[in-house]
Design a protein around this ligand. Structure first.
Ligand code: GCO
Ligand code: MN
Ligand code: MN
Length: 386
């Protein structure tokens, strides 16, 4: 029942299960796996797809011949395992050339290089079947605001995305962009720090219809925000093109924990939201195993991400089928139609009708809102005693 199937659209990045466990204080604890090995590992645990940054697959200094061989081997691994590549992205943060950002760097040569690198990476992604292209601007920010005007940075980022949309159109690619916000790390501050900020920014671009968002649990949690609310806003705007699932305590560094490892309640409401609205995109796990893990434990990590998602999906079905919970919800939302005249929106007549009502605030306040009961039932459902 909790076994992953292709229809669940579970994906991982090469950089996730392939993360060798290094951190700013210590070296890698696991041997680096090749992309082909990672594809086989993901197939073994039951994932549907694999995503990558250009340089997860092809090293930044590879010759054209090396690139072709790597891509050939990778394609063969995909064929052998049946894994697909739904999303691709560019590494615009690892190489020292991006120390001041990529599209927003002060040096025009770096900005041009970032555009060129992204065009090549888009070609690579499309060649392997990607339909969504993610932009995470990890270095698009500052340590000191003396160095850069945020209006200039915004213009540069906008110009870059407009340029790349035109490139995609010109090539005739069927590709959508998904912008991923993060408040900080690795820069002290990253521009457009939340999903909500990205949604506002998209409307200033030349081809807003090509561009959506890729919200990540950890990133909104780092900012202390309610992730499900951000996802709901993106969904409402028709912009939920992709999602990065992981987990994270509030206010910490970027922990990238296994999905559901920390904040089960938030994870539950998120899964319930995605399943209730019928989100059809990838469920991408942008997480990695603890540094203590060996590759057996990395597989447990990957299985755990998917299994927890499916357990929470089943809990959401239970929530929706729970007589007591649903009765409470229908009482809470009871509507005898008295104010139905407002549903059609404003008219002079409805405004007059509204003015004429004498509201009894005390009576309104005395209506029962048993949210304590509702929350306790939800907690008991999650704890498995219901
Ligand atoms: C992070 C980000 C990245 C991006 C990835 C895809 O915090 O490092 O979440 O993992 O998702 O670069 O663009
Ligand atoms: Mn992240
Ligand atoms: Mn991410």
């Amino acid at each position: 029942m909790y076994d992953p199937k292709p229809e669940h659209k579970f994906t991982f990045g090469l950089w996730t299960v392939g993360n060798p466990g290094g951190d700013p204080f210590g070296y890698a604890t696991r041997r680096a796996l090749s992309p082909v090995e990672i594809v086989h590992l993901l197939a073994e645990v039951g994932a549907w797809g694999v995503n990558f940054h250009d340089n997860d697959l092809v090293p930044i200094d590879a010759t054209p011949a090396e690139r072709d061989q790597i891509v050939k081997d990778f394609k063969q691994a995909l064929d052998e395992t049946g894994l697909v590549v739904p999303m691709a992205t560019t590494n615009l943060f690892r190489d020292p050339v991006f120390r001041d950002g990529a599209f927003t760097a002060n040096d025009p040569a770096v900005r041009a290089y970032a555009l060129q690198k992204t065009m090549c990476a888009i070609d690579l992604g499309v060649e392997l079947g990607a339909k969504v292209y993610v932009f995470w601007g990890g270095r698009e920010g500052t340590e000191t605001d003396a160095s850069k005007n945020p209006l200039d940075a915004g213009k540069r980022f906008r110009d870059a995305l407009n340029y790349l949309c035109n490139y995609v159109k010109d090539q005739g690619y069927e590709l959508k962009f998904a912008l991923e916000a993060k408040p900080n790390e690795p820069r002290s501050d990253i521009y457009l720090p939340t999903t909500g900020a990205m949604l506002g920014f998209i409307e200033t671009l030349d081809y807003p219809e090509m561009i959506g968002v890729n919200p990540e649990v950890a990133h909104e949690h780092m900012a202390g925000l309610n992730f499900m609310h951000a996802v709901a806003q993106a969904w409402d705007a028709g912009k939920l093109f992709h999602i990065d699932l992981n987990d994270q305590k509030f206010g910490r560094y970027d922990q990238d924990f296994r999905f559901g490892a920390e904040m089960i309640k938030q994870a539950f409401y998120l899964v319930k939201f995605l399943e209730d609205v019928g989100y059809e995109g990838s469920r991408h796990f942008d997480a990695h195993a603890y540094r203590t893990a060996d590759y057996d434990d990395v597989k447990e990590f990957a299985r755990g991400c998917m299994r927890t998602y499916l357990i929470l999906k089943e809990k959401a079905q239970r929530f929706n089928a729970d007589g007591e919970i649903q009765a409470l919800l229908s009482d809470i939302n009871a509507d005898d139609g008295t104010y139905g005249f407002l549903d059609a929106g404003y008219s002079a007549q409805s405004a007059q009708q509204l003015r004429d009502i004498n509201f009894d605030r005390q009576q309104l306040t005395s209506k029962k809102l048993p949210y304590e009961r509702l929350d306790q039932l939800t907690v008991e459902l999650l704890l498995g005693v219901r």
